[in-house]
Design a protein around this ligand. Structure first.
Ligand code: 5AD
Ligand code: FES
Length: 362
C-alpha cells in the first residue's frame, strides 16, 4: 500500500469513491499489516484535515446520564432490561438543572442528555426539561441521546429547543445487526430514525462499537458506506467492552489500536465530522483519549451526572471517571488535552457548516 503517493485530500477523495471491497481491504490493512510509518502517515493526514476545519480545538460536552431504565434488551449493553443486577435510577428535572448549573459555571456550553429508552420520559416531561435548560442557559446547545422515537416525538423535542441528537447505528450490516439485538429492533428502523432526525434539522450523530461480537472487515466497510451516505455531523465510535451481566460477558477484551485506526480513517473520509475521543477508549487504555485526539478526534464528553449515580450507568465494566466530580474530570481532561498539543474549547462547538437552527445545515 503506497500511501505516500497520495496527499490528505487525495486520500479523502479516494475514501469517498472506494467500493465496499476496497474499504474492507484498507481497514484490514491497517488492522493487520500497516507499518509504523504508514500509521504515522495516516494519522498525520487525519490531523491535517481536522486542523483545516477545526484547528487544534477540542470541544467539551457535558454528559448527563439522566435515566438508567431501558425497555430494550440489546445483547451488549449493561442497561438492557433483562439485567436484574442493574441499578435503575432517574434524575428529577431539578437534578438535571443542577447538573447543568454546575457544568455552566465550569464553562460548558453543550449538555448531552443521555438515557436508556425509558418510557417514563414522555414528550411532555422531556419538553419541560429541555425548555427549562434553554430558558436558564440560552447560550447552550442541548444534545439528546435517548434512542428510537417517532418522527412526531423527535420533532416535538426539536421544537422544545433540542439542537442535536446522538443515535449510534451500531452496525450497518443487516445480519450483524440481528446478532447484536433482539428481534423487535431492526436496522431499517434505526436508519429511518437517523434520516428523520436529519430531516427535522438536528445535528445528528451516528456511530458504532469497534470489536463488537461478530464484527468483520466487511461489516465495518458497510459502516463506512452508510456514514458516507448519511453524512452525520458527529460520529461516535469506541471500543466494545464486555459487561459482566450480559450475554457477551467474557468476550475478548479489546485493544485501542483498532479504534484509533478507524478514527483516523473516518476523519480522512469525512474531514468535517465532530469525532469524540470516548470514555470507552479511555477505559481500555489509560492514554486512550490522548491517542484518540492524535488519531483525529476533536471532542470529549466528561460526565456531569451526580457522582452517587455514576456507577449505576454501567453500559460496560470498569468505566472510568465514576468517582470524580465534574470539576476534577474537567481539569484532568484539560491537562490531558494540552499535554498532547491541543486546545480545550468550551464554546458550543457546532458542526463547521451549521448555519443556525432555523437554516439547513450541511
Ligand atoms: N461497550 C462499549 N460501548 C457500549 N455501548 C453500549 N454497550 C456497550 C459496551 N458493552 C455503547 C453503544 C450505545 C452507546 C450509548 O454506548 O454503542 O449506542
Ligand atoms: Fe475524569 Fe480524568 S477525565 S478523572
Amino acid at each position: 500500500m503506497d500511501l505516500s503517493l497520495k496527499d490528505p485530500e487525495g486520500f479523502s477523495k479516494w475514501m469517498n469513491s472506494a467500493v465496499k471491497k476496497e474499504l474492507s481491504d484498507i481497514i484490514r490493512y491497517f488492522f493487520e499489516e500497516a507499518t509504523a510509518e504508514e500509521w504515522s502517515v495516516m494519522s498525520s493526514y487525519a490531523n491535517e484535515l481536522r486542523e483545516k476545519y477545526y484547528g487544534k480545538k477540542v470541544y467539551f460536552r457535558g454528559l448527563i446520564e439522566f435515566s438508567s431504565f431501558c425497555r430494550n434488551d440489546c445483547f451488549y449493553c449493561g442497561l438492557c432490561r433483562s439485567n436484574r443486577s442493574a441499578k435503575r435510577y432517574r434524575l428529577t428535572p431539578e437534578e438535571i438543572f443542577d447538573c447543568c448549573r454546575t457544568g455552566y459555571d465550569l464553562g460548558f456550553r453543550t449538555f448531552v442528555l443521555q438515557s436508556g429508552e425509558d418510557k417514563y420520559f414522555t414528550d411532555a416531561r422531556l419538553c419541560h426539561t429541555i425548555s427549562g435548560i434553554k430558558e436558564f442557559f440560552p447560550d447552550c446547545a442541548v444534545t439528546l441521546s435517548m434512542g428510537e422515537r417517532s418522527f412526531a416525538s423527535y420533532k416535538y423535542l426539536f421544537d422544545a429547543g433540542a439542537d442535536r441528537y446522538l443515535l449510534r447505528h451500531e452496525t450497518a450490516d443487516e445480519a450483524h445487526y440481528v446478532k447484536l439485538h433482539p428481534s423487535e429492533l431492526s436496522l431499517k428502523n434505526r436508519k429511518q430514525c437517523l434520516y428523520h432526525l436529519k430531516e427535522i434539522g438536528y445535528q445528528v450523530g451516528a456511530g458504532f462499537m469497534v470489536d463488537s461480537p461478530f464484527q468483520t472487515f466487511d461489516t465495518l466497510a458497510e459502516d463506512f458506506l452508510f456514514l458516507r451516505e448519511l453524512k452525520p455531523q458527529m460520529i461516535g465510535i469506541g471500543p466494545f467492552i464486555p459487561q459482566k451481566d450480559t450475554r457477551f460477558r467474557g468476550y475478548c477484551t479489546p485493544s485501542s489500536s483498532r479504534t484509533l485506526a478507524l478514527l483516523s480513517l473516518i476523519r480522512i473520509m469525512l474531514p468535517k465530522t465532530l469525532l469524540p475521543a470516548t470514555t470507552a477508549l479511555g477505559t481500555i487504555d489509560p492514554l486512550g483519549r490522548e491517542k484518540g485526539l492524535k488519531a483525529g478526534a476533536n471532542v470529549v464528553m466528561p460526565n456531569l451526572s451526580p457522582v452517587k449515580y455514576r456507577r449505576d450507568y454501567a453500559l460496560y465494566d470498569n468505566k472510568i471517571c465514576t468517582d470524580e466530580e465534574a470539576a476534577e474530570c474537567l481539569s484532568c481532561l484539560a491537562r490531558r488535552i494540552t499535554s498532547v498539543g491541543y486546545i480545550p474549547d468550551f464554546s458550543r462547538g457546532d458542526y463547521i457548516d451549521f448555519l443556525g437552527k432555523d437554516s439547513s445545515c450541511g
